[in-house]
Design a protein around this ligand. Structure first.
Ligand SMILES: CC1=C(CCC(=O)O)c2cc3nc(cc4[nH]c(cc5[nH]c(cc1n2)c(C)c5CCC(=O)O)c(CCC(=O)O)c4C)C(CCC(=O)O)=C3C
Ligand SMILES: [Fe+2]
Length: 375
């Protein structure tokens, strides 16, 4: 029997996230970091800046990552898993390059990466792998000896990610007035991305209409809807919808938008809606602004009862899922037999992104995949 607390060959876990401003002076520099070379219209940037200013210029994401780090460290300690955890971001301090430099200085040689995005897509997966490649290149230029970096498989269909969201939808339904509860529809919401990015998300063989991005979200939505039906006895109709579109209007992005969907459901006579933000691992600005502010105002204007259900955040079941995924991957690296813990119809996703997975518009080096220029 192998020691189940053994993370060998890994010697560290790296929480890799988006980053966000911590005060009003950070907002513009942060947005410049996010949008460098991405062709986002100026008006859209001003508008998104206002979302942050509405919340004092502070993104909720950094405190949520600190809470997740606490939950992970507590879970690891309670289960005898002795693996240090670091944190680095794409767009704000602590910056990924600085964190990796610190990890090298601490002697870390085999690093496993947990990104705060559960699904395949350029923005949610490959872009983080490109950030890793950029940071490794920077450290190489400093003459440092590079660690080997791997990324955890996509965790959208791990029960520890799903269970807290199922509970969240049940709590939102219970919170609705009794006379509209049974007829409530569920809107599973995720970040809109360009149709072209969705169609090419995931391994090449999964490319096609919506790609792995849409397929994985539909799997999650179905799993949550099924669990809600089993536990309430009510078959709530549902649909996958999108939010936070940011590109130029002539470029097609995934639809329908959550606010249009709310209007359409109201016009169809639906008595209430529960929004389940399955695309977000915690209450990001997109959740606080696009759902809790904008969609809420839309529902109120229509007089449509609406509840937004919880994201997983620092739920202990999510922390335990990450421990499970770390131990699973470590066993894979040790060439041991493992049965991945997974629900739904898609099975466990690949451990190593294959060549051609979630391609960028302009090809750039990406680490932690089959096409990585680093070992
Ligand atoms: C799929 C996806 C995720 C989920 C996966 C993941 O979590 O990584 C995500 C997360 C996030 N996106 C975030 C913020 C922003 N995203 C932007 C722009 C964009 N996002 C895109 C997609 C995604 N984004 C895309 C296709 C663009 C267009 C430009 C481009 O191709 O890059 C912009 C520019 C302004 C705008 O137009 O909105 C901002 C400010 C924050 C921080 C929130 C906070 O502070 O709490 C987080 C967690
Ligand atoms: Fe984004």
């Amino acid at each position: 029997m192998p020691d189940v607390r053994d993370a060998t060959p890994y010697d560290a876990l790296l929480l890799l996230s988006f980053g966000g401003p911590e005060g009003p002076d950070d907002v513009i520099p942060f947005l410049e970091n996010v949008t460098r070379g991405r062709g986002i219209p100026k008006e859209r940037l001003k508008e998104v800046g206002e979302h942050y200013f509405l919340f004092g210029g502070v993104s909720p994401i950094n405190d949520q990552n600190r809470a997740l780090l606490d939950a992970l460290r507590k879970d690891f300690a309670e289960h005898g898993l002795d693996l240090p955890i670091y944190w680095g971001n794409r767009n704000w301090a602590p910056y990924l390059t600085d964190t990796l430099r610190e990890m090298v200085a601490d002697g870390r040689r085999r690093i496993l990466v947990l990104a705060t995005s559960a699904y395949a897509s350029y923005s949610g997966c490959r872009q983080y792998r490109e950030n890793l490649a950029d940071s490794l290149a920077a450290l190489e230029a400093e003459g440092l000896e590079l660690p080997k970096v791997d990324k955890l498989r996509h965790y959208f269909n791990h029960p520890g990610f799903l269970e807290p969201m199922i509970d969240g939808v049940l709590a939102s339904l219970a919170d609705l007035p009794e006379d509209v509860r049974e007829g409530a529809h569920i809107a599973f919401s995720t970040h809109s991305i360009p149709n072209a990015s969705a169609d090419t998300s995931g391994p090449v063989e999964d490319h096609g209409e919506g790609g792995a991005y849409v397929e994985q979200h539909l799997d999650v939505a179905q799993l949550i809807a099924d669990a809600v039906r089993e536990r309430t006895g009510v078959d709530h109709p549902w649909r996958l919808v999108y939010q936070s579109r940011s590109g130029a209007p002539h470029i097609p992005w995934l639809e329908p938008d959550i606010c249009d969907h709310i209007e359409e459901r109201h016009a169809a006579g639906v008595p209430a809606v529960v929004i389940s933000p399955i695309g977000f691992v915690s209450d990001h600005m997109e959740v606080l602004y696009d759902l809790d502010t904008e969609a809420k105002a839309k529902a109120e204007e229509l007089g449509l009862p609406m509840r937004r259900s919880a994201t997983v955040g620092d739920d202990p079941r999510f922390a335990a899922a990450i421990r499970d995924l770390v131990l699973e991957r470590a066993a894979v690296e040790r060439a041991e037999e493992v049965t991945p813990c997974v629900l739904g119809g898609l099975g466990a996703s690949h451990n190593l992104c294959p060549v051609g997975c979630c391609p960028a518009r302009a090809p750039r080096p990406a680490a932690a995949g089959a096409d990585s220029p680093y070992a």
